[in-house]
Design a protein around this ligand. Structure first.
Ligand code: GRE
Ligand code: ZN
Length: 322
C-alpha cells in the first residue's frame, strides 16, 4: 500500500540520542543513535521504499519523563519541541509532530501542549509513561488528582495523547530478578504501559472527560487479550472509582497502533476488540525496520477497506492530517 501514515516514529535531539541505547557495544543498539538523529537522508529513503508517505514523529523514550528536576524537564521539552517544529517546517509533506511534555508539572505540561498545538501546529502529545519527579527513584502516574486540570486541557484542545512505554525503575523490578532480559521492550514495556492505561480507566478519568483520546502502541500493550477476563473478575470484585466497564473505556477512549508488533493474529484481535476505525499503522522506527513493518502490513490477511483505514485514513482523521 502506498501513502501509508506511520504514527509512532521516533527522533532524538543531541541531548536525548544516547538515552534509548541500552547496550552500546551490541550491534543492534550501536546503529540506533545515528538513526534517531537522522531525519532527512536514510529515514526518508526507507520511507519511500516502504510506501510510507508520512511519519508522525515523537521524541525517543524515556525522553523528558526521566528528568526529576522540574525546571530542567520544562526546558528540555521546550527545546525538543522547537527542534521538532523545525524538522516539520522543512518537510511538512512527510512529517507531522507529537509534543514531548514535562509531566513532572501538570500545569507546565498543559501550557506546553497548548503552545505546541496552537503555535507549532503539533497534532497531539506522546508521553513516555510515568514521570520521575523530584528524585530519580519516584514514579508519578497520571491518574493522580493533580493531573485532572491537565486532562481537561487535553480534552479541550481535542488532540490525542499517545501513552508510550518507558523503562521501569530499578527499585521496582523485583519480579525480574535474575532475568534482566525481560526488562525493556521484550516484556516490561507493555506491562508498564498496560498498568498505566488501566489506572487511567479505573480512576474514572473518562467519566469526567469522555472525549479524551488515548493512543497505545504494540497492538494494545496486551490489554485486548485480557480485556474480557479483566471485566469478568472486576464484576465479582467491586471497589474501583470508575462507573463503566473497562471494555467500554477501551472501546470509547483508546486507539491501538501496530508499532513493533507485526503479528496478523494480534492485529485481527485488535480490530475485533476496538473496531477497524481505531487501529492505526505504526513502525516504531528506528527500533523496528520500515521494510519489515510495511511488508507485513501490506500483505496481512485483512479486508482491503480496513487496510486503507488502518494504513492511512484513521491517522488522517485522528491527528487531523491533510
Ligand atoms: C521505543 O520505542 O522507545 C523502544 C526503545 C527501546 C527498544 C525498543 C523500542 O526505547 O521500541
Ligand atoms: Zn516507540
Amino acid at each position: 500500500m502506498q501513502g501509508k501514515i506511520a504514527v509512532e516514529e521516533h527522533f532524538a535531539t543531541g541531548a536525548t540520542a544516547s538515552k534509548s541505547v541500552r547496550f552500546p557495544q551490541d550491534p543492534y543498539w550501536s546503529g540506533i543513535e545515528g538513526k534517531l538523529v537522522d531525519l532527512f537522508d536514510r529515514r526518508l529513503a526507507e520511507m519511500d521504499a516502504s510506501g510510507i508517505g508520512c511519519a508522525v514523529l515523537s521524541l525517543n523514550a524515556n525522553g523528558i519523563q526521566e528528568i526529576p528536576e522540574i525546571a530542567k524537564a520544562v526546558e528540555l521539552a521546550r527545546e525538543a519541541n522547537n527542534a521538532l517544529a523545525a524538522v516539520v517546517a522543512k518537510r511538512g509533506d512527510r512529517f507531522a509532530a507529537l509534543a514531548a511534555l514535562p509531566m513532572q508539572d501538570a500545569q507546565a505540561a498543559a501550557a506546553e501542549l497548548e503552545r505546541c498545538v496552537r503555535d507549532l501546529k503539533f497534532k497531539g502529545a506522546l508521553v513516555n509513561g510515568f514521570s520521575q519527579v523530584g528524585s530519580a527513584d519516584s514514579a508519578v502516574y497520571y491518574d493522580l488528582p493533580q493531573y485532572r486540570p491537565f486532562w481537561a486541557e487535553v480534552e479541550r484542545l481535542g488532540v490525542p495523547f499517545y501513552l508510550h512505554p518507558r523503562y521501569s525503575l530499578p527499585s521496582r523490578r523485583q519480579r525480574y530478578e535474575g532475568h534482566p532480559w525481560l526488562i525493556g521492550s521484550p516484556w516490561d514495556f507493555a506491562e508498564e504501559t498496560a498498568i498505566h492505561s488501566l489506572r487511567l480507566m479505573g480512576c474514572g478519568l473518562f467519566d469526567d472527560y469522555p472525549k479524551l483520546k488515548i493512543v497505545i502502541g504494540h497492538l494494545g500493550e496486551r490489554i485486548p487479550f485480557d480485556l474480557w477476563r479483566l471485566d469478568h473478575r472486576l464484576s465479582k470484585l467491586p471497589g474501583r472509582p470508575a462507573k463503566r466497564t473497562m471494555a467500554e473505556y477501551f472501546r470509547n477512549n483508546f486507539y491501538i497502533t501496530t508499532s513493533g508488533n507485526f503479528c496478523t493474529q494480534s492485529l485481527i484481535h485488535a480490530i475485533l476488540t476496538v473496531g477497524a476505525d481505531r487501529v492505526l499503522f505504526a513502525v516504531d522506527y528506528p527500533f523496528e525496520d520500515h521494510a519489515q513493518a510495511a511488508t507485513w502490513f501490506d500483505a496481512a490477511e485483512i479486508a482491503e477497506h480496513d487496510r486503507i483505514k488502518i494504513g492511512r485514513d484513521n491517522a488522517r482523521a485522528l491527528f487531523g492530517l491533510d
